[in-house]
Design a protein around this ligand. Structure first.
Ligand SMILES: Cc1cc2nc3c(=O)[nH]c(=O)nc-3n(C[C@H](O)[C@H](O)[C@H](O)COP(=O)(O)O)c2cc1C
Length: 204
């Protein structure tokens, strides 16, 4: 089994989502000791943002690209290959300004590639990632429950779910610590419950 472990928090050792991805990967490794883990830290090593040159690079022979564009295109290609090689993807997803970190958005941009992760036919778009399992380690400062006053501001998990759904992913598990900025007590109990959930993830 191949596990892809992605972190995107800018908060380093203070990060809640990093502690959750770490617990989730530890659990998956305990369940599958032979698993191979590939790790990518999108905050420490941001991947290139889209540009017109980079979008065009896919249809241009590499020798016709300038050096920075060739390098960036190679990085995006490697990011896509990592995803395609993975069976289980564990993603740390903090909520920043009601959405996902821009670093994580750049990762998603690298994954939406026609012919690789989705395709079009006469019936419209078809996702190609149906065999993959995603574990989303979500952390957010406030409370965004469906019946709460802030539900309409929730563009973090819902965005990711929609995006992955477009790519055909149906197996999405969410391990969530929320309300972590409300009080110390709320943070501690939310993080403890989420760590407990991570430690009980089921086998593939
Ligand atoms: C730049 C920034 C923006 C944030 N924006 C929000 C927000 O819009 N809503 C919210 O509930 N919490 C917000 N928070 C709180 C984070 O969601 C919370 O600290 C969470 O633990 C972040 O995950 P991390 O610890 O893995 O980075 C924000 C925190 C930072 C640093």
């Amino acid at each position: 089994m191949n596990i892809l472990h992605i972190d995107s928090s800018i908060l380093g050792e203070q990060s809640v989502s990093r502690s959750l991805t770490s617990a989730a990967v530890a659990r998956l490794r305990a369940l599958s000791p032979d698993a191979r883990v590939v790790y990518r830290d999108l905050a420490a090593n941001p991947i290139p943002q889209f540009s017109a040159a980079l979008v065009a690079a896919g249809a241009t022979p590499p020798e016709q690209l300038d050096e920075p564009t060739r390098r960036d295109a190679a990085t995006l290609g490697a990011v896509l290959e990592e995803l395609l090689a993975a069976d289980v993807i564990v993603v740390g997803v903090p909520m920043y300004n009601f959405g996902i970190p821009s670093q994580l958005k750049s990762w998603l941009d690298a994954l939406a590639v026609p012919g690789k992760t989705f395709s079009y036919d006469e019936n419209g778009a078809k996702g190609l990632l149906g065999a993959k399992r995603f574990v989303i380690a979500s952390a957010r400062g406030g409370l965004f429950g469906e019946d709460g006053p802030y539900a309409a501001l929730e563009h973090q998990e819902s965005y990711l779910r929609s995006f992955l759904g477009f790519l055909g992913v149906t197996r999405i598990e969410i391990v969530r610590a929320e309300g972590v900025r409300i009080s110390q007590a709320q943070a501690e109990s939310a993080i403890a419950a989420a760590l407990q959930e991570a430690s009980q993830l089921q086998p593939a």
